[in-house]
Design a protein around this ligand. Structure first.
Ligand code: PA5
Length: 437
């Protein structure tokens, strides 16, 4: 199996009758129409649906050239953004590049170290980053904000820009700041035009959490040396596969239906589990995608995430025997990038001699299977999404699989999956406390 995503819900079938799926058919038909024919709630933000076919090729080329230049010149690249303006890029870099990317030699990396800022308001984090950057020679910054007015990235940008100005002077800063923002409006766009910064745009009809395949995610990915064409080709394959209307032919829709069927039975939380630490940030991206899309109007599945087997030694107890109000979805990678095997050890002190020579990944596989069975026996419905292997192509596929599943799932839930009115509430309180004019 190469570059495939397989969805399996065998271990949830005792909670859902086949006939129940039938009830979803008219709703699926409607959700499909909403997404593919620009109808229904949030229809102004469905630009991501056809994006793998429609994306802006000239901008993509310009972006690749800019990234190549940064790879050749910079030794540090800082991505400033929050929510949908950073989670996609961070998850892709963590997934597709080696675990200790920033610690590799420049030759092994082939590009700059990559850091993230503006993902919160911690003064300590920002200060530590500024100190670290003092040791770097060539620093480039990509500030990403669709609205151009978000507090967290704006604060980080002020500090980082001031540091760059002190280091390189006003003229030197111009080529070192790249702005990704709205094409037509916003404070950041105005500033970029005034200062002559290089800009890339976020399409009007694509919201933050659906924007990783636009310049929002693609510039940082390209700077990290990830093959963008492969990512977009993977997304295109997924667009064709998961653009099918019929439930029996579309596993992304089936996933959306199963999670809604379980939700209607009181399973109000979904826990996404992965067995590769490199998927930890991908889970964060997934949490934002589903949490912001579905949690509204007093409805929605709470998206939680765990990293296994690590969290089997912490949250595992709760999952096995705690409140039964959730289901598990396991994101399993079939083929590991590594072929490490278990080493022999003189004396067999740990009693694990019988595993000598076995691949460590096959043991992880058994851990995954065993855990799913244990949870099932503990009355937890268990879904499994298997991806053949991790590469830029399958990453593009996975992103699109979850985006389309999320769009459909939100419509099945009866909410607008493309707005986030609740996010404004905290902002307005904070600005009141800050006495914003
Ligand atoms: O998905 C969303 O729309 C949000 O998470 C935004 O991405 C996040 O709030 C950042 O917004 P902006 O890009 O406008 O700074």
């Amino acid at each position: 199996m190469k570059n495939k995503i397989i969805f399996n819900y065998e271990l949830a079938k005792s909670w859902i009758g086949e006939e129940e799926l039938e009830h979803f058919l008219p709703e699926i038909k409607q959700a499909h129409r909403y997404l593919h024919h620009n109808e229904g709630p949030g229809n102004a933000y469905t630009g991501w649906v056809d994006w793998p076919e429609q994306y802006d090729r000239p901008e993509f080329k310009r972006l690749s050239e800019t990234a190549q230049l940064i790879r050749e010149i910079a030794d540090a690249f800082v991505v400033i953004g929050i929510g949908g303006s950073y989670l996609g890029a961070r998850s892709a870099i963590e997934l597709l590049r080696p675990a200790f990317y920033n610690q590799l030699s420049p030759a092994e990396r082939g590009g700059p170290e990559i850091y993230f800022a503006g993902t919160g308001i911690s003064s300590t984090y920002l200060d530590d980053l500024l100190r670290l950057l003092e040791q770097k020679q060539e620093i480039y910054i990509n500030v990403i904000s669709k609205s151009g007015t978000t507090l967290e990235p704006a604060l980080a940008f002020r500090s980082l820009r001031a540091m760059l100005e002190q280091r390189y002077g006003k003229a030197g800063v111009k080529k070192r700041i790249i702005v990704t923002t709205d094409r037509h409006r916003g404070a950041l766009l105005e500033m970029a035009l005034e200062e002559g910064f290089t800009t890339f745009s976020v399409p009007d009809n694509i919201g933050g959490r659906y924007s990783v395949l636009t310049p929002v995610g693609l510039l940082p990915l390209a700077v990290a040396g990830i093959d963008l064409q492969q990512v977009m080709d993977g997304a295109t394959k997924a667009y064709l596969l998961y653009g099918r209307e019929r439930l029996v032919e579309n596993d992304a829709y089936l996933y959306a239906v199963i999670r809604n069927a379980l939700y209607r039975k009181g399973k109000t939380m979904e826990i996404l589990a992965a067995y590769e630490p490199s998927l930890t940030q991908f889970i964060e991206w997934w949490k934002q995608l589903f949490g912001e899309s579905e949690g509204k109007e007093l409805k929605g599945l709470f998206p939680a995430g765990v990293s296994f087997t690590t969290d089997l030694h912490s949250l595992g107890q709760y999952i096995q025997e705690g409140l039964r109000n959730f289901f598990m979805t396991t994101l399993w990678v079939q083929k590991s990038r590594s072929e490490l095997t278990v080493m022999a050890m003189e004396g067999n002190a740990d009693g694990l001699d019988y595993l000598t020579g076995q691949s460590i990944h096959s043991i992880n596989d058994k851990a995954c299977q065993g855990t799913m069975l244990a949870h099932y026996e503990g009355e937890v419905p268990s879904l499994k999404i298997t991806v053949s292997e991790i590469n830029p192509f399958s990453y593009g596929m996975l992103v699109y699989f979850f985006e389309i599943a999320c769009g459909v799932s939100g419509h099945l839930l009866g909410v607008n999956p493309f707005d986030q009115p609740g996010v404004e509430a905290y902002k307005s309180k904070v600005f009141t406390l800050l006495r914003s004019p």
